[in-house]
Design a binder for this molecule. Structure first.
Ligand SMILES: *[C@@H]1O[C@H](CO)[C@@H](O)[C@H](O)[C@H]1NC(C)=O
Ligand SMILES: *[C@@H]1O[C@H](CO)[C@@H](O)[C@H](O)[C@H]1NC(C)=O
Ligand SMILES: *[C@@H]1O[C@H](CO)[C@@H](O)[C@H](O)[C@H]1NC(C)=O
Ligand SMILES: *[C@@H]1O[C@H](CO)[C@@H](O)[C@H](O)[C@H]1NC(C)=O
Ligand SMILES: *[C@@H]1O[C@H](CO)[C@@H](O)[C@H](O)[C@H]1NC(C)=O
Ligand SMILES: *[C@@H]1O[C@H](CO)[C@@H](O)[C@H](O)[C@H]1NC(C)=O
Ligand SMILES: *[C@@H]1O[C@H](CO)[C@@H](O)[C@H](O)[C@H]1NC(C)=O
Ligand SMILES: *[C@@H]1O[C@H](CO)[C@@H](O)[C@H](O)[C@H]1NC(C)=O
Length: 723
């Protein structure tokens, strides 16, 4: 697009406006295998292979009319998706957009393709292939609504949708301007060159805007029939001045038909009519009239009081012969079958004459999906560049919605559902999500999302929210409990912390918040009751365990020194696991609301440890580094060895347990960090061990003792998990 605006700048200084026009043409040979220059027109065609269109496959047309761009076509999958070409435009500039379809294959003769063509969200036409060899041409005149347009193919009812070529032609200034262009496109229904010298169409380079002017000699069913007797073809080689609004090509104006018996009439079918239309008639006197000769006529059919009473005198109206007179009809209601006729007035010596006509249907521009919603979807897509959801094309809702969204059927459409479960999304949930007011379902579970709980306070229609299995942290917003429609909220396996809003625990909402190490219930009335019951049972069980545990623990204390000696000799610390287990279990019953550790981001730890520079210990469990947090607190940072074999789930559980177990023999856990397969635990650093350690034994052993206790604490947690 930058490319095209660059050309535009060049063009302002360019002498030849025709050359300028051409450099801005976009000509895509759909299904084409290479880029090439058309030898007849000199236009550059580019293949859509790969870069422009990633979907579908290129197929050869068995019958083709010789033009390069019809020798191959692109076939799209038969599914519920839409396939779109995005073309760069300059906002508010007028363009001709043309899509062509030549099937060219005799296969499936009984079910030739039938599918829909869209321009942005506006249904342009239904392409119905009836003859394999015919080129179906769809043209639209638009004033570009934004900096790009999408031409989409979808919704096949038979066969597989396909396209042969796609062209974009900028128009000059006010060509084809209408009073209705804010709300309507113009779908070209007929463009006829009367008195044509051959059956060939006239287009570029004869028409610098590359409109296609059909020859009136090309006979088709219900096309230009009912020709009045005495209709004669005339031509001239003299120049015709066509510098009026629509600039029809001189070659088209050099031929005409005349009604030698006083009348001209034609009948033709207008596809997709009845409708309101914009119609143009192109007249130029190309006969040299004698002094006593006059040519005056009126429009007889279709009858319109505004136009039918006006007398056309071409040379007078155009102020001279060989000059274009171009009356146009801004808004005329036409039937599917158009019959039109001109008759000479009584005082005219010559019959009517016409050089060309053009008829276009007004097509209501359909609104695109709310732009705020599109912004959110694009932000979400950018969180996972490589996944298929990032590649979906065109409008999110119309004509077919993207696989991962659902929409309202309102105008403009709004997003009701986002389904991006397990799509490898990384990063923070975009805050703009709060503007999706019609959202009812949000599925972002099973990704790698970080940051805090998304702001969703405006999403009053929200029913189902799935954020489980991510890396989200921070507190839950209070308003969650008062979202009126909320039915289901899943946030398990994250790092949320703080208190759970009590409204979520009333049972009205299905609420799963397990495995959020820092998250805890507010001790509401109900909760307190449950706790009391739990604790009572717990106490009895606990007492038993404590009795047994204490015995074991005492025995363990006696053994401890010998274990530490083993460690010095390089043995595993796991020998000390068993006895402490029982003790931890016993402690576990009292743990619930205290000592919540928090998530510490990796960069913070890197800073605290000066990039893990001061190693203070190492064991089978991992390496421990010294660090100092911003607030001055000294910490021991343990990077767990063998992180691949630790399941995330288990790590989270360990953190949960460790953070709640407090005992003077266990080292307090302050926080944890889990990033890129690294699991890190942060403990309070014990200066040269405890006082007791100072009394007994040398300094090196004291630290070991402390390190050993790191392992004890952890193993205790693991054993609790397993039971
Ligand atoms: C475009 O319009 C301008 C102004 O009316 C005119 O001078 C110029 O020749 C037109 N360009 C072409 C290619 O007809
Ligand atoms: C065709 O031209 C387009 C646009 O200039 C370019 O992106 C593409 O790579 C070309 N393809 C081939 C096959 O040369
Ligand atoms: C591009 O062309 C190559 C061979 O020329 C073909 O294998 C490939 O499928 C084409 N890609 C698309 C998207 O049509
Ligand atoms: C063009 O007009 C001349 C007479 O002016 C005529 O002889 C000739 O046949 C016409 N050509 C066509 C193709 O109609
Ligand atoms: C054309 O005229 C009809 C009837 O007067 C009107 O309803 C319509 O809005 C006008 N414009 C278009 C673009 O159809
Ligand atoms: C017009 O004038 C010419 C002579 O200039 C004459 O031959 C012709 O018959 C006249 N035609 C009519 C309709 O009067
Ligand atoms: C009509 O053309 C004549 C010369 O051909 C010129 O003098 C006159 O100004 C023109 N009138 C209009 C209204 O353009
Ligand atoms: C999309 O929403 C409509 C109602 O708006 C519903 O009928 C349809 O089942 C939904 N489709 C999916 C795939 O969720």
């Amino acid at each position: 697009m930058g490319l095209y605006s660059h050309f535009l700048v060049l063009c302002l200084f360019s002498v030849s406006s025709v050359i300028c026009q051409v450099t801005e043409f976009i000509s895509i040979d759909c299904g084409g295998t290479s880029n090439y220059t058309d030898p007849i027109t000199g236009l550059a065609w580019i293949s859509d292979n790969g870069t422009i269109m990633k979907y579908g496959k290129s197929s050869e047309a068995q019958i083709s009319n010789g033009n390069m761009q019809y020798q191959r076509r692109r076939d799209f999958p038969i599914d519920s998706n839409k396939y779109c070409y995005t073309l760069g435009t300059k906002e508010r500039r007028r363009y001709l957009v043309r899509a062509t379809f030549q099937y060219g294959s005799l296969e499936n003769e009984d079910a030739y393709p039938k599918f829909d063509l869209y321009l942005d969200t506006t249904r342009w036409s239904t392409v119905v292939v009836l003859e394999a060899a015919r080129v179906y041409v769809k043209e639209m005149i638009i004033r570009a609504p934004s900096s790009s347009i999408d031409v989409c193919i979808c919704c096949a009812t038979t066969g597989s949708p396909f396209i042969s070529s796609l062209e974009l032609r900028p128009l000059n200034l006010s060509m084809y301007a209408t009073d209705f262009e804010d709300d309507f496109f113009l779908e070209v229904a007929a463009r006829v060159n009367f008195g044509a010298l051959s059956k060939d169409v006239i287009r570029y380079p004869d028409d610098p805007y590359d409109r296609i002017w059909d020859s009136d000699l090309a006979k088709r069913q219900n096309y230009l029939v009912g020709v009045a007797p005495g209709t004669a073809r005339i031509n001239t080689s003299k120049h015709v001045d066509t510098r009026t609004r629509e600039y029809p090509p001189v070659k088209v104006m050099q031929t005409a038909v005349v009604g030698t018996e006083g009348m001209l009439s034609y009948r033709l079918n207008l596809e997709d009519f009845p409708a309101n239309a914009r119609a143009f008639a192109y007249f130029a006197e190309i006969q040299d009239l004698g002094g006593n000769e006059t040519r005056k006529f009126k429009l007889q059919q279709p009858y319109s009081p505004d136009y039918s009473n006006a007398v056309v005198n071409i040379a007078e109206n155009a102020n001279g012969s060989y000059t274009l007179y171009e009356p146009s009809y801004m808004n005329v209601s036409l039937d599917f079958i158009l019959s039109f006729s001109f008759v000479k007035t009584r005082d005219s010596t010559l019959g009517p004459l016409i050089n060309a006509i053009e008829i276009s249907k007004y097509l209501k521009i359909e609104q695109k999906t709310d732009s705020k919603d599109v912004t959110v979807l694009n932000a979400l897509r950018s969180l996972s560049a490589e996944s298929a959801s990032a590649n979906e094309q065109g409008d999110p809702c119309v004509p077919a919605h993207w696989e991962w969204v659902n929409c309202t059927s309102t105008t403009p459409p709004r997003i009701t559902k986002i389904a991006l479960s397990g799509k490898n999304l990384k990063g923070e949930i975009p805050p703009e999500i709060n503007s999706l007011e019609q959202l009812t379902e949000l599925w972002l579970d099973g990704n790698f999302l970080t940051g805090s709980f998304p702001a969703i306070s405006n999403l009053l229609n929200l029913k189902i929210v799935h954020l489980e299995n991510n890396k989200l942290n921070g507190p839950l917003p209070k308003y969650l409990g008062s979202l009126p429609e909320l039915q289901e909220l899943y946030i398990q396996n994250n790092f949320f912390s703080g208190k759970v809003p009590s409204e979520l625990l009333t049972g009205k909402v299905i609420f799963n918040y397990e495995h959020n190490p820092g998250l805890h219930k507010e001790a509401g009335k109900k909760m307190r009751l449950r706790l009391i019951v739990g604790i009572s049972i717990g106490t009895i069980a606990g007492l038993l365990v404590v009795v047994i545990g204490s015995l074991l623990f005492l025995r363990n204390l006696k053994r401890k020194t010998s274990h530490q000696k083993n460690e010095v000799q390089g043995n595993s610390l796991r020998a000390s696991t068993k006895p402490s287990t029982a003790y931890s279990v016993a402690r576990g019953w009292h743990m619930m609301n205290e000592g919540v550790s928090y998530y510490i981001p990796l960069p913070e730890l890197e800073e605290a440890t000066k990039n893990f520079s001061k190693k203070i210990g190492r064991g089978s469990f991992g390496t421990v580094y010294y660090g100092q947090m911003k607030d001055g607190k000294e910490v021991a940072v343990k990077i767990m060895a063998d992180s691949s074999t630790h399941l995330t789930q288990q790590f989270v559980t360990e953190v949960a347990l460790l953070s709640r177990i407090h005992h003077r023999n266990l080292v307090p856990l302050l926080g944890y960090c889990e990033e890129e397969n690294q699991r890190i635990l942060v403990y309070e650093y014990m200066h040269n061990g405890t006082l007791r350690d100072h009394i007994h034994g040398p300094a090196s052993q004291k630290r070991l003792d402390w390190l050993a206790r790191l392992q004890i604490a952890e193993d205790a947690a693991k054993d609790v998990c397993r039971t």
